[in-house]
Design a protein around this ligand. Structure first.
Ligand code: MLT
Length: 259
């Protein structure tokens, strides 16, 4: 565990997290198949404005998991329990990709606890049938051959930047088979959450790389079209990992959620 990580027992798992900085509460939720270290490069630019809570989702990093099936909504429940433990009633959330699905599930179930929601390289749409089927196929391959399957298939799609590729390759390699399989099945079964964002009850910020090959920027443009009050920032030449590829810019955009 990183020196500054703590953990709590919740919903049958141990959930590991870091808390950094002071200011407006902001939960930073990592994507698949990564862990809380995804945010390491933005933290130094944000900790003077935000009370940052940075968990490893169940099955990733230092958090344990139970055998699947479990849902994206179960992951959101883990985070609600973490906030209860930390005495944070209301917060902003920034979710990267799968972390965005978790943030949306959180907003659906606990809207009264949400001040603002940022989606980084994410989407509100559910999986089409072929994508869903592909996830189950990948889950079966990972169960049989290990996480090297996703190291090879995902690294080039996450970023074209070789520095970022070498970091994510290492991060994916240290994830567990159960965590990766559980998350693939949870993502496959997630609901469409498009109706949550136009409610206008909290601020919405969308960050998307125009060179994202995993989740095209069109997904954020669609959210913006349905929720005109949302702020959409498209990062030129960024792939799926803006918080690593353009960390200063990403920190600055997330800074909109302060105060
Ligand atoms: C992620 O980066 O979290 C995943 O690629 C999201 C997905 O596969 O839908």
């Amino acid at each position: 565990m990183k020196a500054d990580m703590s953990d709590i027992a919740i919903n049958g798992i141990n959930l590991a997290y870091t808390r950094r900085g002071t200011g407006t509460p902001l939960l930073l939720i990592h994507g698949f198949p990564l862990d809380s270290s995804s945010w390491d490069e933005v933290i130094p630019f944000m900790e003077d404005q935000f009370d940052l809570v940075i968990p490893d989702l169940r099955g990733f990093g230092r958090s344990t998991t139970i055998k699947s099936p479990y849902t994206i909504s179960d992951m959101a429940d883990d985070l609600a329990g973490l906030l209860d433990h930390l005495g944070i009633e209301k917060t902003n959330l920034a979710g990267h990709s799968m972390g965005g699905y978790v943030a949306l599930a959180f907003a659906k179930k606990y809207s009264h606890r949400v001040d603002g929601l940022a989606l980084v390289s994410s989407q509100a749409a559910a999986d089409p049938a072929d994508r869903k089927e592909g996830r189950y196929k990948t889950a079966a391959e990972v169960a049989e051959k290990g996480v090297s399957v996703v190291v090879e298939s995902m690294t080039p799609k996450l970023s074209a930047n070789t520095r970022v590729q070498s970091i994510v390759r290492e991060v994916i390699s240290r994830q567990s088979v159960d965590g990766v399989v559980g998350a693939l099945k949870a993502m496959a079964e997630r609901e469409d959450t498009s109706s949550i964002l136009p409610s206008g009850t909290f601020r919405v910020v969308l960050i998307h790389g125009d060179a994202d090959v995993l989740i095209p920027a069109d997904r954020s443009r669609e959210i913006k079209a349905a929720s005109p009050s949302a702020t959409l920032v498209e990062l030129k030449n960024a792939g799926h990992m803006p918080m690593m590829e353009f960390f200063r810019e990403t920190a600055e955009i997330l800074g909109m959620m302060a105060g």
